[in-house]
Design a protein around this ligand. Structure first.
Ligand code: SF4
Length: 721
């Protein structure tokens, strides 16, 4: 029954990068309902199943709300996972933070900056991320700072930076209402960004917009598409360069735009000569006529936009894939205008913001390079550090951090809210690295597969128990509001970091103690705004009702719905000549199938939140998708238990026989620890972006007994039953 104590608190969804606006309805410190305002620019009152119903993880009895320390000291090489609470002792914040500070300082003083590393978090606020990267840069003088953006859109970032000088999504998602032609590639949009998918489908139904899907899977968007280019995994450069070839040959390009706004056109055209539709078909398996049709449809549109996610970026040539999309936009001039653009849809709720906040090994906040002397001196002055104090060498990326664990390398790891033991590729190898660490800190809500390795667990609060900001996929900075009192002894991430940094500063003797005391996250945001030009004009007051889209260079600026109207940050947009390179691990006689991995609507990333929600009851176990023709050949029935093996590991799970995948290609969602797709994936990386090739590796399959399925044993071990 509702009483006068019932409150409604506006805030932002904690799951995907769409950044839907929520109203949390609270009574007695309990969220009893979630709605969304119809007037929201972002989602117009719509929410997907995660945003509407997925918040119950906050009250899950498995959530940790008091600091914990491992009962048995862990040694490098013998570190084990402890899911069971009996292996941990409850402790006070004072003891947990003193212990953490002492161990980190001890390792820093004996091993130096190179022994330290931190994973920031795309689920945490801008303020949390800014403060954690600052703590590691200022106190431990290291740039070994990264987060899961490395595993999602690193190649998009590198490609966009190289060609345009800006890595953000160029246009506003709501502009899809006015787009005539969409290319959607490497994105299962209805499951990963469902509210944007709704808007795209509405554009098709209301004004006849056309969708071109380029994807090895028959994703739901194919049902609404004019064309489906069912490419072989890893052949993106061939398909998009094939389209570029047609646009050049048929002179469908935008001559004025190319002359006024771009460079390197001639050289690019020469490299496209070999990409005839026939050549593109021979690599990708996509019919040459369909490639020609797609090229004409995109080039002849009034307003055409390209949307992509991890199918493009998670590749050993993800940077080339991204450049092949950028080349198309530069060729046609479908950039710098309303309803057009290059739009890498960001995965987690604040992956854009965590990157903006400096949770990156090569960049300070605002993508300012750690190797640029002028930039470094600016940060030294702002952070009250002696000249020469900040580290001027690029740090290690996420996968490199684990690969460098050892006596003379990384010895300690601080993990805020991430789950690398689910999200890293080649997990068997990643586990070995994790076991070799000397000291591990986990700051989270649950003891997930990574936190189970920690020496100390610092219980953080959920999105509903803290203030701050998230920046969504279309660069909109929005206020996250504290709607309820934190449960138990849990604390906001920024408070934990501030308290810890004060202690570390005192122990190291850097006299920085006053630099870590903030009374409210708005103070942290203000400090960040002074260092990040695109955030300079944003204040909490200005985004109280509606968020602002960066760049917002001053307090009179209204925000920027779409980028590059007059110029690109690097001046002219640069065409990049391309050649086709195959995936790192092709099929062979022993491993005759390709594995593709991805996400599901009901779950999110490593599953720390959604698998501790009733959403897990909706979708409780992983499966491998097999095309009916392969299933027939292999005599595998629907729901048959199978073992899928790659050169790096194996998983046992059920088969789903479906035309969602194409012949020769399997698909496994990566959210399920008991059948973790990343046991199989390849850790070969794009040389520039350092993103691993999650989307294609060779595998084999065999039937096993249903009794071989690992559940519920693994789930019991993790306390889920
Ligand atoms: Fe949340 Fe994304 Fe769903 Fe919106 S689309 S409700 S932001 S998970």
């Amino acid at each position: 029954m509702l009483t006068k104590d019932t409150r409604k608190v506006p805030t932002i969804c904690p799951f995907c990068g769409v950044g839907c606006n929520l109203d949390l309805h609270i009574q007695d410190n309990f969220i009893f309902k979630v709605t969304s305002p119809f007037e929201s620019i972002v989602n117009k009152g719509n929410l997907c199943v995660k945003g509407r119903f997925g918040y119950d993880f906050i009250y899950n009895k498995r959530r940790v709300t008091t600091p914990l320390i491992r009962k048995h000291p862990q040694k490098p090489g013998q570190r084990t996972q402890a899911f069971d609470r009996s292996e941990w002792s409850e402790t006070s914040w004072e003891e947990a933070l003193e212990y953490t500070a002492n161990r980190l300082v001890e390792i820093y003083q004996s091993g130096g900056s190179d022994a330290m590393a931190v994973y920031c978090c795309a689920k945490a606020t801008n303020e949390d991320n800014y403060l954690l990267q600052k703590m590691y840069r200022v106190l431990f003088r290291t740039n070994n700072i990264d987060h899961c953006t490395r595993l999602c859109h690193a190649a998009s970032v590198v490609g966009l930076q190289k060609a345009l000088g800006s890595a953000a999504m160029s246009n506003t998602a709501a502009e899809v209402a006015d787009t005539d032609v969409f290319i959607i590639t490497g994105s299962n949009t209805t499951e990963t960004h469902p509210i944007i998918a709704i808007q795209m489908i509405a554009a098709v139904e209301k004004h006849g917009a056309k969708i071109i899907v380029v994807d090895p899977r028959r994703v739901e968007m194919v049902n609404h598409a004019a064309l489906w280019l069912a490419e072989r995994p890893g052949s993106d450069v061939a398909v998009f360069s094939g389209m570029a070839h047609v646009i050049i040959k048929e002179e469908l390009y935008n001559r004025n735009f190319i002359e006024d706004r771009t460079e390197n056109f001639e050289q690019f055209c020469r490299s496209m000569e070999k990409f005839t539709p026939e050549y593109a078909e021979s690599i990708s398996g996509v019919n040459r006529d369909t490639i020609i049709q797609a090229a004409r449809m995109y080039a002849n549109a009034n307003r055409a936009a390209i949307y992509w996610t991890l199918g493009i970026s998670q590749s050993t040539h993800g940077t080339d894939n991204t450049l092949s999309l950028i080349n198309l936009a530069l060729l046609t001039g479908h950039i710098g205008k309303h309803g057009t653009g290059l739009n890498p849809l960001r995965g987690q709720n604040n992956v854009q913001g965590a990157s903006d906040s400096g949770a990156m090994p090569w960049h300070y906040p605002g993508y300012q390079e750690v190797e640029d002397e002028e930039t470094v001196q600016k940060f030294e002055k702002m952070w009250l550090i002696e000249h020469g104090g900040l580290n001027r060498i690029k740090g290690l990326s996420t996968t490199e951090i684990l690969a460098n664990v050892g006596k003379d390398g990384i010895r300690s790891l601080y993990i805020m809210g991430e789950n690398p033991m689910m999200s890293e590729p080649n997990l068997n190898e990643a586990h070995l690295h994790m076991q070799n660490l000397e000291f591990v800190v986990a700051q989270d809500l649950f003891i997930n597969e990574s936190a189970a390795y920690a020496d100390v667990f610092l219980p953080a609060v959920s999105f509903a128990e803290k203030n701050g900001t998230f920046t969504n996929t279309d660069r909109r900075v929005q206020l996250v509001r504290k709607a309820m009192t934190p449960l138990g002894n849990s604390r906001a991430d920024w408070e934990i970091i501030g308290d810890l940094a004060t202690r570390i500063a005192e122990k190291i003797g850097r006299n920085q103690s006053s630099g870590w005391i903030y009374n409210h996250p708005s103070e942290i945001f203000k400090e960040m705004g002074q260092l990040v030009p695109s955030y300079r004009g944003i204040t909490y007051d200005r985004i109280d009702r509606v968020g602002l889209q960066t760049p917002v260079p001053n307090e009179d600026h209204p925000g920027t719905p779409f980028l590059f109207e007059e110029s690109f940050p690097r001046g002219r947009g640069k065409f990049h000549p391309l050649d086709f390179r195959s995936i790192n691990e092709e099929t062979d006689e022993e491993y005759p199938y390709l594995l593709n991995t991805g996400r599901l609507l009901e779950h999110w990333h490593g599953g720390t939140l959604t698998r501790n929600s009733w959403l897990d009851d909706l979708y409780p176990e992983g499966y491998v998708e097999i095309h009916p023709s392969d299933a027939q050949k292999l005599e595998i029935n629907d729901l048959q238990a199978v073992k899928v093996t790659s050169r790096r590991g194996n998983v046992i799970l059920r088969a789903k026989v479906t035309e969602k995948t194409i012949p020769g290609v399997f698909f496994i969602p990566f959210h399920f620890a008991e059948a973790a797709a990343n046991m199989l994936t390849n850790d070969a990386m794009d040389p520039e972006a350092k993103i691993p090739e999650f989307k294609a590796c060779s595998v084999k399959i065999k039937k096993v007994d249903l009794t071989d399925l690992p559940f519920p044993n693994v789930l019991q071990q993790r306390g889920r039953y």
